[in-house]
Design a protein. Structure first.
Length: 259
């Protein structure tokens, strides 16, 4: 058997975002929708519990490939916003009944209000306090009074340097090993690096791709300060993935827009 090796490996300190561009097709394989069922059901319960109004419509800011929507659409009418054309293609294929729009979630103004807003892990790409404030402002102006915003703080204060996660997934004749590395070259600023390696075997022929993302990291008090300045009343919940062992508690923020 001959193994062909293709590599695009290179050192970089800039955003490549290949997961949202030419490698977006890998997302449903390396992170299938079923992995989001538990968390999405929890989001649904928290939205209904804390909202002061009946929840029928939900705006998903930074919806990505639509995996959270795959669950939430069973309960609500969903509108999804994302900046990635290729991820939106994934989302529309998975959820043809959901309305998807391409836009920057920091700036979009739909001139429409929703009963609830969801801000999932796309918030990790807010690199500055101003970015963070902008996306919470977007959520606020699109919420009806009495409605709630749900979001989750995956990284805060500091990260574990050189933390590595990996998984292997199969689909047909395709096998993908996905490796993630997290590193903060300057713990004094509000950014850290996520570096991804994809080992893609199709019919046992190997290709290797690398990808680099800059993500934001803020102290918890910054999250509370920003959301409150926008106008929200904020409650904190604790959440831990039961399907991802050895993960730290990730604070969930339930942000109420006062009536």
């Amino acid at each position: 058997m001959t193994v062909r090796l293709y590599t695009t490996a290179m050192a970089t300190t800039k955003n490549q975002w290949r997961l949202y561009r030419d490698l977006a097709w890998t997302w449903p394989i390396i992170s299938p929708p079923k992995d989001y069922i538990e968390e999405s059901e929890r989001i649904k319960r928290l939205i209904r519990k804390h909202s002061k109004i009946p929840v029928k419509t939900v705006l998903n800011l930074g919806c990505g490939g639509g995996h959270v929507d795959w669950v939430l659409k069973r309960y609500f009418t969903i509108t999804g916003i994302d900046i990635s054309t290729n991820m939106l293609k994934n989302a529309r294929k998975l959820n043809p009944q959901v309305t998807y729009l391409k836009a920057d979630m920091r700036r979009i103004r739909l001139k429409k209000e929703f009963d609830a807003v969801v801000l999932h892990d796309s918030v990790n790409y807010m690199l500055t306090r101003n970015d963070l404030k902008a996306v919470f402002k977007t959520a606020y102006v699109h919420l009806k009074p009495g409605g709630v915003l749900w979001t989750c703080v995956e990284e805060y204060n500091k990260i574990q340097q050189n933390r590595i996660k990996f998984s292997t997934s199969k689909q047909g004749n395709m096998e993908i090993t996905f490796i993630e590395n997290y590193y903060d070259p300057n713990p004094k600023d509000t950014m850290y690096e996520s570096t991804f390696v994809y080992l893609i075997r199709k019919n046992k022929k190997l290709r290797i791709y690398t990808d680099h993302h800059l993500c934001g990291i803020f102290k918890l008090k910054t999250w509370f300060s920003v959301t409150r300045k926008v106008g929200f009343r904020v409650k904190r919940q604790k959440f831990k993935h039961s399907t991802i062992p050895k993960t730290k508690d990730m604070p969930e923020l339930i942000c109420l827009k006062p009536k």
